[in-house]
Unconditional design. Structure first.
Length: 227
């Protein structure tokens, strides 16, 4: 697809969708542009601030949950290197825990992750997947252009962070920060250690980081025994 057509599709996604649903519309548009089965958009991909802005389906969401909990995977790698990363779950050995968990959760997939870097420095990642045996319809070069154009769209029309919806990505990350602070204060740990403990508990329970954080904040889950 020509670059002008790509830009037109992204502009249309921003124009037609209400502010609250624009990230979801952008995710679906990127999915269609890349010829993927599903896509996800993450921003601020450090271990403590990473937010999944949108995922087009449960598989894309699960892949992001696993990377959130484990702190490893192709999205982290693409953000850290500032370059596109491709992974075939059946053969990749770079992230052993992520690959093992992802295969068990969603089966064999091919994943491509592109840093969102309209100004040169990444501030997020556009991830896409297809089932093994299928191929993406666009080249990695065109897909990287889509990611960078997406970055321009996000910077010019940033998602609102004051939504009262408890299910919003911003509220989920705020709860994770709150739970991390509670663990640090209760067990006398540094923030990084408390964050690692929270992720370890989510991994052990096979639940999302946000779910375990909510249990801790509501005091329905205690971590005394992990000292």
């Amino acid at each position: 697809m020509k670059r002008g057509a790509i830009l037109a599709r992204l502009i249309e996604a921003i124009t037609v969708a209400p502010a609250r649903s624009r990230p979801d519309e952008l995710g679906r548009t990127c999915r269609d542009l890349l010829g993927a089965v599903g896509t996800s958009i993450t921003i601020e991909n450090s271990a403590t601030n990473r937010v999944t802005l949108t995922a087009t389906d449960s598989t894309a969401a699960r892949l992001e949950d696993l990377q959130d909990v484990l702190g490893e995977g192709p999205g982290h790698a693409a953000y850290g290197a500032g370059e596109a990363v491709a992974a075939h779950l059946e053969t990749d050995r770079r992230w052993p825990e992520f690959v093992r968990s992802a295969l068990a959760a969603v089966g064999p997939l091919t994943i491509r992750c592109f840093p969102i870097r309209p100004g040169g420095r990444p501030f997020g990642v556009l991830s896409a997947y297809v089932a093994d045996g299928r191929t993406f319809t666009e080249s990695p070069q065109t897909s990287q252009f889509v990611a960078d154009a997406l970055g321009v769209a996000l910077l010019n029309d940033p998602p609102t962070g004051d939504e009262p919806d408890d299910r919003s990505p911003w509220m989920s990350r705020a709860v994770v920060h709150q739970a991390t602070g509670m663990i640090a204060g209760h067990l006398g740990l540094a923030i990084d250690d408390a964050s690692a403990l929270l992720r370890a508990r989510a991994y052990a329970r096979d639940e999302t980081l946000a779910r375990v954080a909510r249990l801790i904040v509501s005091r329905r889950l205690q971590l005394d025994g992990d000292r």
